[in-house]
Design a protein around this ligand. Structure first.
Ligand code: 9D3
Length: 250
């Protein structure tokens, strides 16, 4: 049995996580217990009749703040019932931006507790006392941390051995070379006079691989030139790659 990673997610919308079980490669991985997922609702750890988890901000301003106590009680429940909370991650616009490398790094943890914020913010004292790492999906505004948590769980689940078939794993390897993907084509060869590039029909695999590599470099240079620089720093670009990039004017 693989030491399967467990995600404990704190959220006032646990139903949102049902979708992870629903289907596809990650849903099946959950069924097979290749990883574990529990949700914990801070409302279950409130003491007032209204199950209050938020309150107005000291100092004023619009928007509510998630209170320390329900969050901390939920975390204590996780520690009590599961033994420990592992790495405690807050999904937050202030966090480190998530990417494939961070997903790979986080896989070294046996357990990750994810806290999904709602409202404008989480009381800073909860963060200072409990949070090991803050993660953001990027520079855009979501309504809460749930979708970010699901994106991270989905990404990490795909990296767990046995979750993807061999075919998919190979695909992933090529993406993890740090460049964008090349274009893909399937039948028919001629769709309303839009043709499949001839090189793909020739059956010369060396030539096809070269063409795909060039198309990857071209796509990356066009929409994500920053990734070319990252790939270069990681030593992922060959002499041939550099010559091609020079020929397209980099
Ligand atoms: C007015 C300042 N806003 C910060 C940009 C307030 C605010 C808006 C939305 C605070 C939190 C949220 C909810 N977002 C998340 O919890 C969140 C998030 C995001 O909004 N974008 C990218 N990644 C993430 S991870 C969690």
């Amino acid at each position: 049995m693989n030491q399967s990673i467990r995600f404990d997610v704190m959220t006032i919308f646990p139903e949102m996580f049902d979708i992870i079980h629903a289907g596809g490669v990650v849903g099946r991985a959950l069924e097979k217990q290749l990883f574990k997922l529990n949700t914990w609702n801070p409302r279950d750890y409130t003491t007032d009749n209204r199950k209050t988890v938020d309150d107005r901000a000291y100092g004023g301003g619009p928007g509510m703040v998630m209170m320390v106590e329900p969050l901390e009680k939920t975390l204590q429940a996780i520690k009590a019932l599961q033994g420990n909370a592992g790495l405690v991650v807050l999904l937050s616009p202030q966090g480190k931006v998530f990417n494939q490398d961070l997903a790979q790094d986080l896989l070294s943890h046996e357990q990750i507790t994810m806290i999904c914020g709602r409202y404008e913010a989480v009381d800073q004292r909860f963060i200072d006392r409990n949070v090991d790492l803050e993660i953001s999906l990027g520079d855009f505004v979501l309504s809460g941390g749930e979708i970010a948590a699901m994106a991270i769980i989905d990404t990490m689940a795909r990296l767990i051995p046995g979750v993807l078939g061999d075919k998919d794993s190979a695909l992933q390897d090529s993406f993890m070379e740090g460049l964008l993907d090349h274009p893909h084509y399937t039948r028919p060869e001629n769709y309303e006079n839009s043709f499949v590039p001839g090189v793909l029909l020739g059956g010369n695999h060396a030539i096809i691989e070269d063409w795909r590599r060039e198309q990857s470099l071209l796509a990356t240079q066009k929409s994500r030139p920053d990734l070319i620089e990252v790939a270069r720093k990681k030593g992922l670009l060959s002499k041939k790659d550099e010559l091609f990039l020079k020929s397209i004017g980099t």
